[in-house]
Design a protein around this ligand. Structure first.
Ligand SMILES: [Zn+2]
Length: 82
């Protein structure tokens, strides 16, 4: 796991991928998470739920005038559906 290649981690507080610049999680980030948690899907969902809560707080702070969008699809739905 210790390598210096770009690893598609989220940049806080904008929650864009530090590697591709798109809204995190990007496809490579999803693949990396699925691989890392392939033996423990509940742990992946718990991890994503925590990140979703953190992102929701950050994004609400960045855009106080814009109602926060529902981040469930972006953060957790892709991991629970097969
Ligand atoms: Zn990325």
């Amino acid at each position: 796991m210790a390598r210096r290649a770009p690893d598609h981690r989220p940049v806080r507080p904008t929650w864009r991928c530090g590697t591709c610049g798109i809204a995190w999680p990007c496809s490579p980030a999803k693949l990396r998470l699925l691989a890392a948690y392939r033996l423990d899907r509940p742990a992946l969902l718990a991890h994503l739920s925590a990140l979703q809560a953190e992102a929701a707080a950050h994004l609400a702070e960045l855009n106080p005038s814009t109602p926060p969008t529902d981040l469930t699809d972006r953060f957790t739905a892709w991991a629970s559906a097969r």
